[in-house]
Design a protein around this ligand. Structure first.
Ligand SMILES: NC(=O)CCC(=O)C(=O)O
Length: 264
């Protein structure tokens, strides 16, 4: 299985329309890959809080249309990263879209853990409440977004639902790059799953981005890591390695659930 992570540059001096077209061209260039991944909120930038409301789109808005066509033109499974979604009956959401190679929406995931503590995304967007997995040929992917990476219980839920690939679009800042790499490897090792974590390059809203998109195998080995700039990271995965790793080193079977709370 060939996966290509498009670590697109998100800079304030490029219009969203231009970046959308450029992203679609980059997806088309990945024809021959099995799975293509874009990052979190790559239209606005994950930290461009002041533009979320103005640039939010309905689920089936312009990014959906362009990405559905790009997926079918390239004949790939496309995790199109996330968009600021405007729910007609509710708040904004940070919503990831996955398209099948015929351009049909296969899954949508609303980010559960919103970043910013009491500011930014945490107050501007609503929180998703549902885990999402999507069947891919010969495997299953679990979806998470950026700050979700810090919450291991979410990934355990995805593994319990059958996920073997954990796909994480992000807009992770350079300031905390060491956490990004460490957490991506930790999620892979503890869940004995592939981690595909795709970030952005460039600087938007004054926040330099880490880049360094990374693919980690179920043993925790880094299969590929991008640099800081715009780049397409392509790796070969063997989904069968998830079950062999889980059989040969069956730590997941030793989980102990429902522990008693400490006595006071
Ligand atoms: N967009 C995000 O979720 C940023 C997360 C982040 O910066 C962090 O967890 O650190």
């Amino acid at each position: 299985m060939r996966a290509s992570l498009i670590q697109i540059g998100v800079d304030d001096d490029e219009s969203i329309d231009s970046r959308r077209e450029r992203a679609a061209s980059l997806v088309r260039e990945q024809a021959g890959a099995d799975l293509v991944v874009l990052p979190e909120l790559w239209t606005t930038g994950a930290f461009a809080y002041e533009s979320f409301a103005a640039e939010a789109e309905p689920l089936e808005g312009p990014t959906y249309e362009v990405m559905a066509k790009a997926a079918s033109d390239a004949g790939v499974w496309l995790h199109a990263g996330s968009i600021p979604e405007r729910d007609p009956d509710g708040p904004l959401y940070n919503t990831s879209l996955v398209f099948s190679p015929d351009g049909q929406l296969a899954a949508a995931y609303r980010k559960i853990h919103r970043f910013g503590f009491d500011k930014g995304e945490a107050v501007l967007m609503g929180a998703g409440s549902s885990l999402v997995t999507v069947r891919l040929p010969g495997t299953a992917a679990g979806l998470a977004t950026c700050y979700d990476l810090r919450f291991p219980e979410l990934f355990r839920g995805l593994v319990d639902a059958g996920a073997e690939l954990l796909v994480i679009p992000a807009g992770w800042p350079e300031r905390r790059r060491s956490h990004w790499t460490l957490l991506a490897q930790a999620r892979a090792v503890e869940n004995q799953a592939y981690v595909l974590a795709c970030g952005t390059a460039g600087t938007h809203a004054g926040v330099p981005q880490a880049g360094h998109s990374i693919v980690v195998d179920p043993w925790g080995e880094v299969l590929g890591e991008a640099g800081a700039g715009e780049e397409v990271l392509t790796v070969e995965l063997d989904p069968g390695r998830v079950s062999t790793t889980r059989e040969q080193f069956p730590a997941l079977k030793d989980r102990v659930l429902g522990l008693d709370a400490p006595r006071r």
